[in-house]
Write a protein that binds this ligand. Structure first.
Ligand code: GLN
Length: 515
């Protein structure tokens, strides 16, 4: 058995017992990245030297008998939308291709303080907008279980890296399902914490009322360990909540007694793949066999989740992305060429005597903004900006954004009512197993509909997790979605761990070429 087969918790035991060094562990993952990532495409950048330097520093501390942080030299892969000081943070966008933030995101500072070793930055959909990682401006990421298929998105690089054992842990973000959907499609564990549980300071904003940072890992215990490091109050993020962080790692092994599990019959209706539905039902039976009582609950407004999400998220995105103007941040068009083209247009209009055209002509500054944004944003980002700008414009605000906010409240109240009766809600994560690369790329609506089960969690601001619960007949992983009330991550992890102990899905590994 090689080091990369071990879970983070198992590696940490060996590190603490000094059976291995952090340098050896980090080297083993770097070797695997070198061997497989050309094919998988999970990483946008790997900084071997920086990782080995960090590992060596942790090894020295351990040797000197100094107290070590919770991660004790474990490597972690980071989604490329978390600010890493002095290192590129691209959001997989041409807009931020050369952007090097002058500071670390709070979660990065926490990882470093916990003696985690940063392996590199992982691929994603541009600005986290997408569900397949096909919207990256830089590269395609392939699903390690079937490299003709998508890994999911937007955190596809993070999920593929963990599934292919190129990293034991990854930190990513989830706005409408971006941790849980790729976790489900790649057969790993992914947790979206409650809104406010983890600081978003230094996370490049997509939809600020929905974005949340969380862990991806191969086991529930590993996710608990990483969440423990990430969670906690941060005065730099006014939405982060000042509540104590439970000791997730010590409680995760305790099963939930008298667990009341909720299932939502309307989620098993149209559009759900039969194999996914069957795997989820069998998972619910596993809970029954563990002593849980299973009860039907209703989320009557769940059917509006996608429509509501695709108003709120683009509205917030259109406002957040206004900052990319070529002046403050990132890419700027060739201003001289833009000015020359503008001048040529002006002359042509003058010659044609087109007064209206001349009146509508950009100023040089506006032309620079326009061209910068046209050149550096990809098509999906532009689509979101247009949708959001439209929905927020005068006369439409009440009909769209305000209405969506009202429906959002109803979605949250549905969950409040359901959680009066049950402790956790179980269901599918995605409507189907991973689909072929290219299948939905020209069909935004089909892509958006994949968020039908996950977007509710973000709208309600509660916690959700995906855990492997089976495989399709083609050998593709299927995820079980568990949702818990706000700030009940401990319950969520304990509930997931009891399922994991009773099943072996999480032990299966994709076989990569040459293995
Ligand atoms: N697929 C969803 C979207 O495209 C969710 C993305 C996310 O959670 N970042 O918006």
């Amino acid at each position: 058995m090689s080091l990369t087969d071990l879970s983070a918790v198992e590696l940490l035991d060996r590190l603490d017992a000094r059976h291995v060094t952090s340098t050896e562990v980090v080297q083993a993952f770097l070797d695997r990245i070198e061997r497989y990532d050309r094919r998988i495409g999970a990483f946008l950048r790997v900084d071997r030297e920086a990782a080995l330097d960090q590992a060596a520093a942790v090894d020295r501390k351990r040797q000197a008998g100094e107290a070590l942080g919770r991660l004790g030299g474990l490597p972690v892969a980071i989604k490329d939308l978390l600010a890493t000081q002095g290192e590129p943070t691209t959001c997989a966008s041409r807009m931020l291709e050369d952007f090097r933030p002058p500071y670390d995101a709070t979660v990065i500072a926490r990882l470093k303080a916990a003696d985690g070793v940063i392996l590199g930055k992982t691929n994603m959909d541009e600005f986290a907008m997408g569900g397949s990682t096909e919207n990256s401006a830089f590269r395609l990421t392939r699903n390690p279980w079937d490299t003709t298929r998508i890994p999911g998105g937007s955190s596809g690089g993070s999920a593929a890296a963990v599934a292919a054992a190129m990293a034991p842990l990854s930190v990513a973000s989830d706005t409408g399902g971006s941790i849980r959907a790729p976790a489900s499609w790649c057969g790993v564990v992914g947790l979206k914490p409650t809104y406010g549980r983890v600081s978003r300071y230094g996370l490049v904003a997509f939809a600020s009322s929905l974005d949340q940072i969380g862990p991806l890992a191969r086991t529930v215990e590993d996710a608990a360990l990483l969440l423990e490091v990430l969670a906690g109050h941060d005065p730099r993020d006014s939405t982060s909540v000042d509540r104590p962080v439970p000791n997730y790692t010590s409680s995760v092994g305790r099963p939930l007694e008298r667990l009341r599990l909720g299932i939502v019959p309307e989620l098993f209706g149209d559009g759900l793949d039969a194999e996914v539905a069957a795997a989820v039902r069998v998972a619910v039976d596993v809970y029954r066999s563990l002593g849980a009582t299973v009860q039907e609950v209703s989320l009557p407004h769940g059917k509006y989740a996608v429509a509501t999400y695709y108003i709120i998220a683009p509205c917030e995105a259109s406002s957040n992305l206004a900052r990319y103007d070529g002046v403050h941040y990132g890419y700027r068009t060739d201003a001289q060429k833009a000015a020359a083209r503008l001048e040529a247009e002006r002359k042509a209009l003058e010659q044609a005597g087109d007064r209206a055209g001349l009146d509508n002509l950009d100023t040089a500054l506006v032309r620079m903004y326009r061209q910068t944004r046209s050149e550096a944003f990809g098509p999906e980002v532009k689509r979101r900006i247009m949708l959001g700008t439209y929905a927020l414009s005068a006369g439409y605000y009440d009909a769209y954004y305000l209405k969506a906010m009202k429906v959002r409240r109803l979605v949250r109240e549905d969950f409040d009512r359901a959680f009066e009766q049950v402790d956790l809600i179980a269901g599918p994560v995605t409507p189907m197993p991973a689909y072929p690369i290219g299948e939905k790329v020209n069909d935004p609506l089909a892509m958006y509909l994949c968020d039908v089960y996950t977007a509710c969690t973000n709208l309600a601001g509660i916690a959700g997790l995906s855990i492997p619960c089976g495989f399709s007949s083609r050998g593709l992983p299927i995820g079980l979605h568990l949702q818990a009330p706000a700030f009940e991550e401990e319950r969520l992890l304990r509930g997931a761990a009891m399922y994991q102990r009773a099943t072996a899905w999480h032990t299966r590994r994709p076989s990569l070429d040459g293995e």
